[in-house]
Design a protein around this ligand. Sequence first.
Ligand code: ZN
Length: 201
Amino acid sequence: MAALPAPLQRVVERLSRLPGIGEKTASRLAFNLLNRPREQVIALAESLLEMKERVGLCAECFGLSDHPRCHVCEDPAREREVICVVEGPADLMAIERARSFNGVYHVLHGSLSPVHGVGPEQLRTNNLVRRIESGEVDEIIVATNPTVEGEATAVYLSRLIKSLRNEVKVTRIATGIPVGSDIEYADEVTMMKAMEGRREL
Ligand code: ZN
């Protein structure tokens, strides 16, 4: 790679720092950009800057927003009594895409991981606590990932919520066999979760 002109080399290096992009992909992207019309490259560079300058966190749910409050929190049709707690903004978007949830959200921006030194104080729970204490919440749906960290976070949140207001219902999203897949290929943990989460037909 040392033979590349320095400005091109810098683009390759910066792109390869992005997740999922190795040096090969970074080179391919850089060569592609180099061959594009100048205005397309400017548009890309400007959109990156604009994103960085204008997208921040919603003051209410900590989801991503280019306004003080996000479109979900601003929507009068959403049920404010039901809060779905997720680990990250991408989880919120995945749930929104499914269009089956009409409550509001709270984004933690992480999950508990003693191994990586992430304790309760690193999670963004302050605004969630305030919303629960205000008495406007009936149910908290814990939609953290079905991983060791996500489960630990779910247990922590459930205790925290119950200690704040015992009458708030705390539920956990179901996990199990993905729709359209075969039971014979499910791993042991998924199968166990599917059995635990069974419901009456
Ligand atoms: Zn919001």
